[in-house]
Structure formats: C-alpha cells, structure tokens
Design a protein around this ligand. Sequence first.
Ligand code: NOJ
Ligand code: CA
Length: 653
Amino acid sequence: MLFSFFGRRKKTDFDEDIFSPDGTINCRFYLEAGHVGYMVLKNDNVLIEKSTLGLEFQGEKPMGSGLRLVRANRKTINENWKTIVGEDVEIKNNYNEVAFYLAEDNAGRLITIRFRVFNDGVAFRYEIPPQPRFRRLIINDELTEFNIDNNALAWHIPAYQPDRYEYNYSSSPLYELTNSVHTPLTIKLAYDSYVSIHEAALYDYGEMTVKIDKWRALKADITPLSDGAKAYVDLPFNTPWRVVMIADRATELIKNRMVLNLNEPPREDFSWVKPLKFLGIWWAMFVGEWTWAPGERHGATTEHAKEYLASCKRLGVDGLLIEGWNNGWDGDWLQNGAFTSFTKPVGDIDFEEIAKNAKDNNINLIAHHETVGFVDNYEKQLESAYQYCAKNNIHYVKSGYAGSMLTIQNKKEFHHSQLGVRHYQKAVELAAKYHIMLDVHEPIKGTGIERTWPNLLTREGARGQEYEGGALSPSHACILPFTRLLAGGMDYTSGIFDLTNATKRIASTLARQLAFYVTIYSGMQMVSDRPVFYETKYPQAYNFIRDVPVNWSKTVPIIGEIGQYYVVARKARAADDWYIGGVTNEEPRRVHLSLGFLDDGEYKLEIYRDAEDAHYRDNQLSIVIEGKKVNKNDSLDLWMAAGGGFAIRATKL
Ligand code: NOJ
Ligand code: CA
C-alpha cells in the first residue's frame, strides 16, 4: 500500500514506499537511526539494495546522519508536453513524487530529498535551502550510492581522460569499476533486466561520474575542480537529478524519457529552432586532401565554399559547415587556442561574400568555433562572435573544445567540472539570445537541458566517425543507442561513402552509413563526405540521405541487444512516412521484423541493404536497393552483412 510505513515509527527511524503510477516500481526511502538511504524494487525484485544518501561540505560535518523528518509533501503529475525537435513529438510525464524535508538535531541544518518515481525509473535530488548559519557551501563529496549487484555487466567509458568521452566502450562486471566511469552507465542484471544510471538537469555543479567505492558499492564521484572542491554553491541550491532508468529489455531503455521530463519547460519562445542537415568543408581535411590551415590545399576558400553551396542546392541539403575559416588554424592549431579569433576570417576567404551567396540560395551557413578548450579566450569573444554570426545571417554554430583540459580562469579544468558545465551553459544561453542553434563537439554530456534550451540541437560527446581509419569497430554503433544516446542526440557525422579511402578506411558497409540517420538520433545531421560521392559516385544510395528527415514524431525501437545489433523505426514529423534503420556488429545476421508499428494502409518500401557478399572490411560498397509493397500485417526478413546494416523508407500510398 502506498505510504504504508509513514507515521508508524519515530521520525528518526522510518521508511516509506513510493510506488510508480503503475505500481510496478517501488522506491523505498528510509531513515535508520538518523541515516538516510533508499532502495529500489521492481515487481518485488531488488534492483538497488540499501544505498546511502548524503553530502559532505568543506569545513562542516557531513550531512546524511543525525536527521529527522520534519514533513513530507506528495504529489502526482500526469501530463503530456510537446517537443520542438526530437525523437517524439509528444512526451508523457507521469510520476509520483515525495519530498522529504529533513533537519538535523544538532547542527540545525536543513535538507530536502525529493524523489520522483516513474513507470520506467526512479530519480531523486538534494535540495539545500538557505541555512540558519550560512548561505554558501563548498561541496566536498556526494555520498550517493547505487548499490547494484556487483556481478552485473556494465558498458562503460573511463572518466578523467584526455579524449574526454571519445572512447570505445568496455563491458565488464561492476566490481571492476574501481576507476570512475561516465554516465549513462547501462547495466544488465542477472535476471535479464536493465538499468541505466545517469543524471538530469546538470547546472552549475560537477558532472556525476561513478565508481565502485571501498564498500564495494557503486557510488557517485562528482568531478572536482582544480582546487579539489566538487562545487561551490550559493543557497538555495538543487543538485542535478540522480536518475535510474529501468527496463525489462534493452530496447525499452530507448523509449525512456525521464531525462527530458526531469528538466523544465522552456522559459522563452523557441519556435525559431529548426533541425538541419548539413554538408561540410570537413571530411576532405580528415582524408588529407585539404587542410584546416591556410596554404596551398586550404579547404576553407571562397571558391570551395561556393562549390559546396552549389552542391547543397543540387543535393537538397540546407546547411553548410565551413571549418578552417578563421584565424588560428595555422601552425600547430592545438597550441593556438589562447589567441584564436572567432570574428576574423583568414586571408583567402571572403566570408561576407560567402554568407551573401548562402543567403541568396537559402542555405544556412554553420560557423565553426574551435576553441581547443581555451574557454578564457572564447568567453572574451563570445558575444562578439555571436554578433558576427547574426550580422552575416548565420544561425548555426558548431563549437569544439578539442583540448585535453579546459583553460578557465587561467587554470586547467576538466570539461565535465563545475566550471566547464558553467561555460557550456553560458554559451547555450547567449546563443539563444542571438537565435543561434548549437552543435557542440567535445561538450559536456547531455542531461536533458535541451528541453529548456531547444537551441542546443545536438552534441558529439562520444567517439564518432572521425575515429575511423582503425579506431572504430562495428560493435560501437550497436552500443551507443543503449548508452550515450540515452543522454540525447549525437552528431556522429554519418554518411561517409568513401569507405575504401587509404588514409581513413571505414569499418562499415554503404547501407550501414544510411542506417545511422535512423539509428543515431541528432537534431543536426551531417552529410559528412565530399559532395562528389553523393552527386557522381553513389547517387542512388544518396537518395536515402536526401529523403530521411531529421525531426521525428514517433520512435519505436524494434529489436536489439547491446553491442550486437539494433533496429529502430521512426515516423517523420512532417509527413506520413516511416523510416527503419538497422545495424549489426562484426556478426552478419538475418533479422525478422514485423511491421505492426506502421499506420493503416499500404506502403511503398525503398530498401537499402547489404548484398549477400558485402563485408565491412573488404566489400563495403556491395549494396542492394529494391522496392516492395507492404502493410502493417506484413513482416520482413532482412540481411545485414558483417559490420553492415540497412535503411528503409516507407511511403504511404
Ligand atoms: C574535433 C571535432 O570532433 C571535429 O569534428 C573537428 O573537425 C575537429 N575537432 C577540429 O575542430
Ligand atoms: Ca571530437
């Protein structure tokens, strides 16, 4: 029964069950001799055993013991809200909430712990009101545990590393996580259920990484600042939400919308936000044809930009990214971050002329702001850089923070520290003021703030295709949907067709490059290769990229196992079409799909799939493009080659 224990015991020793609206999940909050903690059960199975809660402050005794309950507030929310850009147009937000107001007997300090229990997970946060004795605090540690069976299998990337989030995932039992890893941390429990630990609404606080602590429990490890403090906070202060997503099947995790739901609705009008597909003066630099730096093979010239703009027109792509357009790329660009300019184009590019040409052709330019992590230099110019964009009719910026650390206030700080979080937020908010939409590379991880700031269209924040040429294996794209993508969209830089390039050989088939536009959601999708590959070499395969939308009205994950394969269907937002994407790891496989997700009526399918002899290593380009008529009662058998995939467009007849 709901709230059955409440009031039956002393207020320093009690527990209370908070059930999900459908009654399947039970989060039990407890106070035992003044110590706070929680546990989580689903259908009476324990998912999270008794876990400590609490905070430690500098110069103060820890907070989490000696507490008594003052009062508890309860409410239930059941509402639907609409996204401007996203995987679903309508999102259901349904939870039971209890806020426990706690006070210390001795120190007289106050804290509130607020829980929300959804049908697919549990979230809680600490709320620190102004205290009788002080208004500011230094957080030294967060004691939050997620005490999950240590033998459970987790997919993880390491925290505090020079390449930020850009690592291959490892999978291992939880007990091996003695070094911190990033979230979302997705875990498969012994009895075939899944949880993913993450956070929502990360503002002005260090990112939560997690590790196995000395008590052998998974525990929050808040990213420190260079002086060792985890966060400096002014009261009142709410920590980010600690989130536990829960699912019976891996594919169900993909439907979880808790992270967005735990963020606030926008406070201003964002109807100007528009998702975008874009070409780039970009991959030519990765394969060594052009350079970022000025010189004989400079990519960002007026002539190249005009050629690419003409290709945008012919290909039906509405955006063009130009990298290497500004001062700072010459010499060793990684060393130039302290004096890069974001308002001064280099000599051989007439930026204003290009901007005018783009405007006349209705193409959106995307300005590139590579800061190399020198936040001090960037923040000085931020407002003028955005003004420069506005003046040139530019509404999209791809930013980058490619250093191994950020330079903030002359100190080296982690990208995911409180000062990093603060900078990324400042950039998003100021961009909104100038109606600028962002694609942030080397970002802070996603915690759903794009609900409040929809101009944050996408991020990188994981290993993407720039690592091709040896450092990506086919399983990676079968792990991302169940891990990184639970934190929001990703600019994976899909659509590379030059698969056999000697400098950057791609571990993928051609059909799989198309599949990514469906399997990897992003509010901005790059059409990453050079235009000649779309216009001349593989125009038929390109048709799928031309047709596939960026914005969706509905997402239906169909089948998948983490690291093995994944198939998802999405319905276009602006039309009745459905799109289906599938990817597999190194194993070829045939998958059987029932088409029950389609709406009523007949559909024409355009299927782009691997030919039987395709292979990601040595026969990447072998593709079959074929048609078929179906309705929702039909099913399909589809072949995916090793490291392959498929993409399907279903148009209503
Ligand atoms: C890393 C980014 O991920 C990539 O897209 C960009 O081209 C380079 N940095 C240079 O800014
Ligand atoms: Ca990157």
